[in-house]
Write a protein that binds this ligand. Structure first.
Ligand SMILES: Nc1ncnc2c1ncn2[C@@H]1O[C@H](COP(=O)(O)OP(=O)(O)OP(=O)(O)O)[C@@H](O)[C@H]1O
Length: 309
């Protein structure tokens, strides 16, 4: 488990991480989200002692990172996929890491296979694509069989097959009881992997929630209903705060009543439904709404440039 408590980091007069508290629990995938420059990497660097907090604390399995005698067994981290000597082969890179912790060669072979790097293990890392570099970084993070896995933008540069691989791997690691934390600035991608979301902007906590709750709250509140008797259903559903629109002869879009209510009313009056679907709003737009005020590098709306010209 990673416990972040009132964590603050300042560089000069700039506060990059601001009184941040959250917990990444065992058995869960925690998605750590925020726009560019929000302070995600800085927070992750403090988790593994590469930066020291100006204030507050962060512990892994109850102790600060530096207090662990064999930290690779506690936290496996991927922070900067390209921070590997380019002249070394993937195998040599992992062997060098393994030596520092007395990890057996058999474990190196295991993580090479797990990361899908068997055919390129003898190649120099300098010739690796971004995606292969990410896979090597993940292999290194798993080398010590750690109870915490923390990955900074792990799907960056991966092709769809690679993204699916990371998604399945992280789920498997959490199901084995590990605490998994990954950072991203992509809400919809993270929602497919994570259970728990920690969203920050300008170093501050904006939301600490579950994917299910975030998705529900992001919902548009509309329910799509399909039936052969739209006229009858419409008359049954009307009410003071209910709006009903129709896009085809057999479909209604209902706002102001939830799916359970609509289903119950239809059943009570013998109206057969073919479809009853709550409409999800775009997670990405809910994320953008939440972080709008904390985006550091905001692009002008598409129309603005034209108007100015
Ligand atoms: N060593 C440093 N000295 C001064 N400022 C820094 C330093 N490291 C990071 N920053 C600043 O801290 C802010 C947060 O950076 P950080 O890399 O943690 O954000 P991030 O959320 O990981 O962003 P991204 O998604 O772009 O990687 C940025 O404004 C960055 O310029």
């Amino acid at each position: 488990m990673i416990e972040v408590r009132q964590l603050t980091k300042r560089y000069g007069d700039k506060t990059v991480v601001d009184n941040l508290s959250f917990t990444a629990k065992a058995g869960e995938v925690t998605g750590f989200l925020g726009p560019n420059g929000a302070g995600k990497s800085t927070t992750m660097r403090m988790v593994v002692g590469l930066d020291s907090p100006t204030d507050g604390s962060v512990t892994v399995n109850g102790h600060t990172y530096a207090r662990h005698s064999a930290p690779l067994h506690e936290v496996g981290a991927l922070l900067e996929a390209k921070s590997v000597h380019p002249g070394r082969t993937a195998l040599n890179h992992l062997m060098a890491l393994a030596y520092t912790h007395g990890i057996a060669r058999s474990r190196v072979d295991e993580v090479i296979e797990l990361a899908g790097l068997t055919s390129v293990a003898g190649k120099r890392v300098g010739a690796f694509s971004l995606g292969m570099g990410q896979r090597l970084g993940i292999a290194a993070a798993l080398l010590g069989d750690p109870s915490i896995v923390m990955l900074d933008e792990p799907v960056n540069g991966l092709d769809p097959e690679g993204v699916l691989w990371v998604r399945n791997l992280l789920r498997q690691l959490a199901d084995e009881g590990r605490a998994v934390m990954l950072s991203s600035h992509l809400m919809s991608e993270t929602a497919q992997i994570a259970d728990h979301l920690v969203i920050i902007g300008r170093g501050r906590l904006l939301a600490d929630t579950t994917v299910d709750d975030f998705t529900r709250d992001a919902g548009s509140g509309a329910v799509k209903v399909a039936t052969a008797d739209t006229a009858k259903l419409r008359s049954l559903l009307v009410g003071p705060d209910v709006t009903i629109t129709s896009s085809s002869a057999e479909e209604l879009m209902v706002r102001g009543r939830d799916a359970r209510e609509i289903g119950a009313i239809a059943a009570e009056h013998g109206v057969a439904l073919y479809e009853l679907t709550p409409q999800a709003a775009s997670l990405e737009s809910a994320f953008m709404d939440l972080t709008r005020d904390s985006v550091e590098y905001q692009s002008a709306p598409a129309g603005a440039a034209r108007k100015a010209a």
